[in-house]
Design a protein. Structure first.
Length: 83
């Protein structure tokens, strides 16, 4: 795991249930404001269930991708009350 991935995962772990952040917001929080795509790439590589990657969405409000499938992401967000 790279130091970039560690920084991304630390921020994502702190997103409360029922809330979301954007890839861009994560990038800003880790001090790399122009790395929203890299944040998405780091999250795509995560399979640790303690890191709630499904709570990260696109800046335009769309769901974005999820390494376990978009339907699963939508269902998880609805179940948590985020959507």
């Amino acid at each position: 795991m790279t130091s970039f991935q560690k920084r991304v995962y630390e921020v994502v772990k702190k997103i409360p249930r029922g809330k979301v952040l954007t890839y861009k917001e994560i990038a800003q929080k880790i001090g790399s404001p122009n790395s929203a795509r890299a944040v998405g790439s780091a999250l795509n590589k995560n399979y640790n269930s303690k890191i709630p990657c499904h709570r990260v969405i696109r800046s335009d409000g769309k769901i974005g991708k999820y390494n376990r499938g978009s339907k699963k992401k939508i269902n998880l967000l609805k179940k948590e009350g985020a959507f």
